[in-house]
Design a protein around this ligand. Structure first.
Ligand SMILES: Nc1nc2c(c(=O)[nH]1)N[C@H]1C(S)=C(S)[C@@H](COP(=O)(O)O)O[C@H]1N2
Ligand SMILES: [Mo]
Length: 433
């Protein structure tokens, strides 16, 4: 595989496009080779400064047990790779921890699925290239068909798609809802038209707009297209800069399960904001009044003030170990190769450290894989000599904005969980025979 120190934008795009075509292997194959780290301009997550760090002696959280026998995939997802997935329910399916990190780009058949409502009815999906998307809050409101968008200059980007709820099941007192571990996330490649291109054609955003609001064509119970059921999210207008209206995922048309035929992609933002089967884009003065914006998917604006909340927007800096795991068969003492995935959130990940003594001392790891831009994840690895007996492995990422993974997530809302202690790997190394 290619190695780079620095990558110019055209070269990066060509590389990402080439990667999008390289998906022959199952989730477990294709290892990325080491490449030198590079950095890219920064951004910041919207989670507030966290509460004071907990003492190093804080007890590791008890993760919720996973189902012993994997539930079968629902019929519409029979094409997915069942052995790499955990089916919580037909609308919440995550990738197994060991299946992420074996390669930098997550193959679509291993990618998690999360639905808050049912996909659009067949009569809409059958519109295919005639799928319309309406634009409001622009100088000349209009609608475009997918075919018309596809005739515009395209862009290809790699981003982490991560559910705002990922890691919830690892919290000490998990919030109500799907107990996601690490696998409501993947690093994938999107192709589409930059939203700025369309907005420019429509005469620009109307003055006074503060939000980009997108609505999905989800099937809603009859006559219930109300605030309570509508899947509609608003993000700050600044998200327009990198937004994409995408029709390809990993080089193929986006499957219906992942929001085909057309999906909003918001690099650096949590998955909930990546509206699938997008039907309407509006530039608005206010945030959407949909329940999914006003009541769900929100985090405290300030630590210690749970009533004052802000929508789960930008992803925080985060990493987790993917090998070795406690589920691995007996591991013997000696030099252990530790690997994982790391993402900066809305700026590039620049550093990942690993601890083998419950966070007392940290060792810098090597970032491997390729620089696919600030919104993609990197793989990391390090070899550490470890003695027989119990060992607690942790990893901690830092991004280009200087933000570092906290020891614990500052609240228990079950959103944007990124504490290193929540992602520990506890092993008991066997003595060398
Ligand atoms: N229209 C629509 N878009 C949606 C959702 C939805 O239910 N309907 N779910 C959101 C959530 S919560 C997440 S995490 C991602 C999941 O994307 P995936 O199913 O392609 O993995 O889609 C987001 N976009
Ligand atoms: Mo989500």
């Amino acid at each position: 595989m290619l190695r780079y120190a620095t990558v110019n934008p055209q070269r990066r795009t060509r590389l990402i496009q080439a990667l999008a075509l390289a998906f022959g292997a199952a989730c477990g194959k294709l290892h990325a080779s080491p490449a030198k780290d590079t950095t890219t301009p920064s951004g910041a997550t919207n989670r507030p400064p966290t509460a004071p760090p907990t003492s190093a002696a804080a007890e590791p959280p008890a993760a919720l047990p996973l189902p012993a026998e994997p539930a079968p995939l629902p019929a519409n997802l029979a094409w997915k790779e069942a052995s790499s997935l955990i089916v919580h329910n037909p609308h919440a399916i995550e990738t197994r921890r060991e299946a992420l990190g074996r390669q930098q780009i997550t193959p679509t058949r291993c990618l998690f699925v999360r639905n808050n409502a049912l996909p659009p009815p067949q009569r809409l999906l059958a519109q295919g290239a005639q799928w319309p998307v309406a634009f409001a809050g622009v100088a000349q409101p209009d609608a475009y068909t997918l075919a018309e968008l596809q005739a515009m200059p395209t862009r290809t980007v790699a981003t982490v798609l991560q559910c705002a709820e990922n890691g919830r099941g690892l919290q000490k007192r998990p919030a109500i809802g799907t107990p996601w571990q690490t696998g409501a996330a993947g690093c994938v490649i999107w192709t589409g038209v930059p939203l700025t291109t369309v907005v420019h054609e429509l005469g620009g955003v109307v003055p006074g707009s503060r939000f980009l609001t997108a609505t999905g064509a989800d099937s809603l119970p009859d006559g219930m297209a109300s605030d309570f059921t509508r899947v509609e999210r608003s993000v700050p207008l600044s998200a327009l800069e990198h937004a994409l209206l995408a029709w390809k995922l990993n080089g193929e048309p986006i499957p219906e399960a992942h929001g085909g035929p057309l999906r909003l992609v918001l690099p650096g933002y949590a998955g909930i904001n990546y509206i699938k089967y997008v039907r309407r884009i509006a530039f608005t003065r206010d945030e959407s009044s949909a329940h999914i914006q006003t009541a769900d998917f929100r985090v405290p604006l300030r630590a210690g003030q749970p009533q004052l909340t802000i929508a789960a927007w930008r992803l925080p800096v985060k990493s987790w170990i993917t090998t070795p795991l406690a589920t691995d068969s007996t591991i013997t003492a000696g030099t252990l190769q530790i690997q994982g995935v790391a993402m900066g959130g809305s700026s590039a990940v620049t550093r990942v450290e690993v601890s083998a003594d419950d966070g007392h001392t940290w060792h810098q790891t090597q970032l491997t894989g390729t620089d696919l831009g600030p919104f993609a994840w990197r793989l990391f690895e390090i070899s550490l000599p470890l003695a027989a007996g119990p060992v607690i492995l942790a990893c901690r990422a830092t991004n280009a904005a200087g933000q570092q993974q906290p020891e614990l997530t500052s609240d228990n809302t079950g959103y944007l969980v990124n504490g290193w202690r929540e992602h520990l790997v506890k092993l008991n190394l066997a003595p060398v025979a």
